[in-house]
Structure formats: structure tokens, C-alpha cells
Ligand binder design. Structure first.
Ligand code: ASP
Length: 429
């Protein structure tokens, strides 16, 4: 009898493509001479088209999926009271974990001293962009859409969340009177879920191409003078992701962190290869639901919210960057300055959009708050891509851990599904 071949699961496939992508990119960068075939056909042709095609497919899902699943979620939840409670809990959790993340970053940066002994002449400075500041009042007002259709068209996440929650609550209230609309939205939601699963079939190829393209363009020699800075950021990110979050998960929900990490890995890998939290929203909601048993009633709200305002990884980079720049420019930071950094970096995290590289722009807010020269950001720009990829993976893990804990506290977590063995099929369901 022919033995059935064991099929690789999505997690393993993505893991393999991640490693192969890195190796392929490094080989292309260092061992294949510049040529039309390498640069135009392979890197900027095949890798660019397939990688970005996949990314666009994922982005295509974001707005309709968030809109439909959020309406369905709030409709199922029904009352505004429990929605409000969950909303406040989530906000508090997000802000506290961000403040904690910056403290971890400041602690580790002060141990490693990334800016001491830095040879600035060996660095290439790049021009920096400065964040435009919006007042707190305007930031809050901006949550209410003036034109919900424009918010949907532009993908303005907080406005979409606001409008969808409103619609969902009203649909619940209207019941049968709006039955056709409720059914229509929940059927649209089913379509979007199916579409997410379908797009994930090509994820291993997409991840491979995105990573290979990125690594083929990175010159590792630029890393050397900034190695201490990079190591400090990476250690702080690892402490937050594998230490702080997993302890919180264990203590606050009793769930096994290793199972969480294993099942959530494809989402982290996707965030790493794309460096965008926004595009990761559909996959994160899908994985939390299908593999980790977290109800969409919660995740459809907390995940898009987190991808927009909760950037723990970004604030870690900002914390280390502050210590780095202060040391490089010989500026002493007082205890009060550190408190200011914790506060402004938490706000900067709220203001950072979940797209590549924005963390560096909002960093200017943090630098200005403690009198550091904004030009210092130019020093770390050249090597930011790898850190951006890594911190995005941490950003979305923070959202997912918080979501899982809050789902557990509200009886919206299916523990059997969380502990069910990972099925080795190609689908994420
Ligand atoms: N790329 C990050 C994200 O999308 C934001 C940043 O730190 O630049 O989460």
C-alpha cells in the first residue's frame, strides 16, 4: 500500500519561505554580480511583481473585511454597555503595554549604551521627515467621519471602526426590521473570510518574494557602525514579544504561550515580510478565530484598533533611539526626560500609522520633546528596514495577545480550539 505523504502545514511552509527568502536575497546581493538579469528580471521583475501582488491582495481585504466583521461583531454583541466596557479595557491594556514596552527599551538601551563610542563619520546621514503634530482635540474629533464613504475609500481605520460599530449596534436594535441588511452584511462577511483563506494559499510564495527582494537590496556593511543600536532594539523587541506578552498571557488567561506563538507564527512572518500592521489585519483576525479560538466579536474590533493605535514594537525602537541619540550627541537625559519619553512615545505610538517606516517620522515628536536634534534620525534611517520588519511583527503580536486575554475575560474564547492540534492542511482553517 502506498504511504500517504505528510503535507506541510501553512506555518511550516511560511517558515521555510522566510528562511529561503533571506538566503536567496543574501546570495543575490553578495554572490551574483550586478546584471540586467539579476536586477531587472529577477529582483525588480519577478520578486517585485509576485511579492507586491500578494501584498496588494492582502490590502484589498482590509477595508471590506474590517467593515463587515465589525458590523457583525457589534451586532452580535448587541448592547453598547458591554461594547463600551471592552473598548475601555482594550484601550487601557494597549496604553499600558506600550508604556511598559518603552520602559523595557529604555532599560535595555541603558545597559547596552548603543551611542557610546559611535563613529558618526562612518555613517551616512539621510534627510529626515518631521511629523506634523495634531492637537489631542483634533485627534479625537477625527475619529468621527464627516463622510463615511470617504473614510471607507481612504481606509481611515478609526473612522471606519466608529461607523461600523454604530451600524452594528443599530442593526441589533432594529432586529427583524433590518433583517435583510443584517443578512447581507453577514453574508458579505462570509465572503471576505473565504477570500482571506484563498489569498493565504499563495502566502508562502508571496513571503518568499518579498523577503528575497528586501534582502537582495540590503547592504549589511551599513549595519556595522550601528550594530549596538540594532542589537539593543532587537533584544528589547524579543523581551517584549517572548517575555512580557507571554507572561501576561499566562498570568491573565492561563493559556499556554508556546501554543499561542506556534499558531500565531504565520501572522508574525507576514508582518515581518511586509512591515505593515494594516495589511496584517485580515490574517490576524482569521488566525485568532480559526486557530486560537478567539471570537470575531472581539477581534473584529480590537485587531483593527490595535493595528492603528497600539505600536509597542515601534515605541521600543523609539525608546532605544532616544538613548542612542542622546549618547551620540553627548546629551544627558534626566529622570524627568525619561518620563517625558515614556509619555510622548506612547502618544507617538497612537499616532503611528500601520504602514512601513512611519515610526521614524513620529520619532521626531519624541526627539523634540526632550530637546534631541531631529537630524539624529537620519543616522538610523539607512538600517531601519530590518528593524521596521521586526517591530511590525511585535506590534501585531501585542494586539493579538491583548485580544486573546480580553476574549478570555469575556467568555469569548474557545479553549478547545486554542488547544486543538494544528491541522496540517494548506488552509489556515
Ligand atoms: N511599520 C510599522 C507598522 O506597520 C510602523 C512603524 O513602526 O513604522 O506597524
Amino acid at each position: 500500500m502506498k504511504k500517504e505523504k505528510k503535507k506541510l502545514g501553512l506555518t511550516s511552509k511560511i517558515f521555510i519561505s522566510l528562511i529561503l527568502g533571506c538566503i536567496c536575497g543574501i546570495i543575490l546581493h553578495y554572490f551574483v554580480p550586478e546584471s540586467y538579469i539579476r536586477d531587472t528580471v529577477i529582483v525588480n521583475g519577478i520578486f517585485y511583481v509576485i511579492g507586491n501582488g500578494f501584498l496588494r491582495l492582502m490590502k484589498m481585504l482590509v477595508v471590506p473585511l474590517v467593515f463587515c466583521s465589525l458590523i457583525c461583531g457589534s451586532m452580535a454583541m448587541g448592547d453598547t454597555k458591554s461594547l463600551g466596557k471592552i473598548g475601555i479595557k482594550t484601550l487601557v491594556f494597549y496604553l499600558l503595554t506600550t508604556a511598559l514596552a518603552i520602559s523595557v527599551a529604555l532599560g535595555i538601551a541603558n545597559l547596552i549604551n548603543p551611542g557610546i563610542g559611535l563613529d558618526t563619520s562612518s555613517l551616512q546621514t539621510q534627510e529626515t521627515s518631521v511629523a506634523e503634530s495634531t492637537s489631542v482635540a483634533d485627534t479625537l474629533l477625527n475619529i468621527i467621519p464627516e463622510n463615511p464613504m470617504a473614510s471607507l475609500a481612504d481606509g481611515t481605520m478609526l473612522q471606519i471602526i466608529f461607523f461600523a460599530l454604530f451600524v452594528g449596534v443599530l442593526l441589533a436594535k432594529l432586529g427583524e426590521r433590518a433583517g435583510i441588511v443584517s443578512n447581507f452584511v453577514s453574508q458579505c462577511n462570509d465572503i471576505m473570510m473565504e477570500m482571506t483563506s484563498a489569498v493565504m494559499y499563495v502566502a508562502p510564495i508571496g513571503v518568499f518574494c518579498l523577503i528575497a527582494k528586501t534582502f537582495s537590496g540590503i547592504g549589511f556593511s551599513a549595519f556595522l557602525p550601528l550594530l549596538k543600536y540594532m542589537i539593543a532594539v532587537l533584544i528589547a523587541l524579543a523581551v517584549q514579544c517572548f517575555g512580557v506578552y507571554q507572561i501576561l498571557l499566562k498570568v491573565m488567561s492561563g493559556l499556554n504561550p508556546l501554543i499561542f506563538l506556534k499558531k500565531f507564527f504565520p501572522v508574525m512572518a507576514f508582518a515581518f515580510s511586509t512591515a505593515t500592521s494594516n495589511a496584517t489585519i485580515p490574517l490576524s483576525i482569521e488566525t485568532l478565530d480559526n486557530k486560537l479560538g478567539v471570537s470575531r466579536k472581539i477581534s473584529s474590533f480590537t485587531i483593527p484598533l490595535g493595528a492603528t493605535i497600539n505600536m509597542d514594537g515601534t515605541s521600543i525602537m523609539q525608546g532605544v533611539a532616544v538613548v542612542f541619540a542622546a549618547q551620540a550627541y553627548g546629551i544627558d537625559l534626566s529622570g524627568g526626560d525619561y518620563m517625558t519619553v515614556i509619555l510622548t512615545a506612547t502618544l507617538a505610538s497612537v499616532g503611528t500609522a500601520g504602514v512601513p517606516g512611519v515610526g521614524l517620522v513620529t520619532l521626531s515628536m519624541v526627539f523634540t520633546s526632550v530637546g534631541l536634534p531631529v537630524e539624529a534620525i537620519g543616522l538610523i534611517m539607512g538600517i531601519d528596514r530590518i528593524l521596521d520588519m521586526t517591530r511590525t511583527a511585535v506590534n501585531i503580536t501585542g494586539d493579538a495577545v491583548c485580544t486573546t486575554i480580553i476574549a478570555h475575560q469575556n467568555n469569548l474564547l474557545d479553549r478547545d480550539r486554542f488547544y486543538a492540534s494544528v491541522r496540517s492542511d494548506d488552509n489556515i482553517t
